[in-house]
Design a protein around this ligand. Structure first.
Ligand SMILES: [Zn+2]
Length: 340
């Protein structure tokens, strides 16, 4: 009977159950997967991650790829890493678990960006993580992990991302983490906001070409041609509103939170069941009386050009000054005959 056998009796618990001192093998169990970590006398660590082996002396093109490899390893092996030191020339991290001796140290080679693993300190005494999520599963890590999948199918939902990460890496993310990872990739795929604004005139042309009868116009500021207003109403919305909705029109707005802000103006009908039926939307640089009057004028033109027998419309709104004025101005020629 050796010392290890005695210690098992003295300290009954899960740690010893996972350790086989004979061949220095132990497993970190998490989510019912037993990922085995083999350690030989030269402190080489063999990990079950894309068939890679992390070894002392192993080189990485730069500090980023070195950190990524360690991050992947920590996630694959279900333990969390805590960075102790990280600068241009060194990277040291330890196992986050209190008292666990696992530690890695990497350093830059002189004259080149190459990073190399100098030491990997042995084994874990911790049992791995036993909570949801993973400290190393950052937004960027999630994004990189699902990039290929999102490029193939941009409609892939955050819930599916969650499931894939769980299946492949054995960790459970929150919905928000998956959503943020997806957003990051989508931003790189869709291009910049500036590019998006630049394409608006082309977008309007496409809407009108592919949906005949639709209205889509973008206006730039006369001074510098910067974006000022956008008005869109699809033909199907116009047809549905005039033929199957009550003579009611709700006007509302919501503030946009993307890089360039702005306000979304909405005109919404109500169908026979009382459900909301979108008629038109506008995007303006800011909510102002002038912009509301412009939006009402666009709506008036839309209705006028699409029906000969305009019903008396009741407008539902918060009676913002610009809305009331817009309704009054346009009601002299019909169709806005009342406001509420
Ligand atoms: Zn540990």
């Amino acid at each position: 009977m050796n010392e290890n056998d005695i210690s098992v009796d003295q300290k009954p618990g899960h740690d010893e159950d996972d350790v086989d001192p004979e061949n220095q093998m132990f497993s970190l169990s998490g989510n019912n997967e037993n990922l085995e970590l083999a350690i030989d006398s030269s402190h080489e660590i063999e990990i079950d991650h894309h068939g890679e082996m992390l070894t002392v002396g192993q080189e990485f093109p730069d500090v980023r790829s070195c950190r990524r490899a360690l991050r992947d390893m920590a996630i694959a092996q279900h333990f969390e890493m805590q960075t102790i030191k990280s600068d241009k020339t060194r990277f040291t991290a330890k196992c986050s678990s209190e008292g666990c001796p696992w530690r890695v140290h990497a350093a830059k080679l002189p004259g080149v960006p190459t990073f190399t693993i100098r030491t990997i300190h042995e084994s874990h005494t911790c049992g791995g993580i036993n909570h949801l999520g993973h400290q190393q599963a950052s937004v960027q890590w999630v994004a990189t992990s699902v990039e290929q999948r999102l490029r193939e199918n941009p409609n892939c939902k955050p819930k599916e991302i969650l499931e894939e990460i769980h299946r492949v890496h054995g960790i459970t993310l929150s919905y928000k983490q998956a959503w943020r990872g997806k957003e990051r990739i989508m931003a790189t795929m869709r291009g910049s906001f500036e590019e998006g604004y630049r394409l608006l005139p082309q977008y309007c042309d496409q809407v009108k070409r592919t949906n005949p009868g639709s209205i889509a116009s973008v206006y730039g500021s006369p001074a510098d041609d910067c974006f000022q207003r956008l008005f869109v109403s699809f033909q199907a919305s116009i047809y549905g509103f005039l033929n199957a909705c009550r003579p009611l029109l709700g006007l509302d707005r919501t503030y946009l939170k993307s890089k360039y802000l702005g306000t979304l103006l909405l005109a919404t009908g109500f169908d026979g069941d009382g459900a909301l039926f979108p008629l038109a939307f506008g995007i303006v640089d800011e909510e102002s009386d002038e912009n509301w009057m412009w939006f009402l004028c666009e709506l008036h033109n839309l209705l006028e050009t699409n029906t000969e027998n305009m019903p008396r419309l009741t407008i539902l709104s918060d009676r913002q000054k610009g809305i009331v004025e817009g309704v009054e101005q346009n009601s002299s020629q019909r169709p806005f005959t009342a406001s509420a």
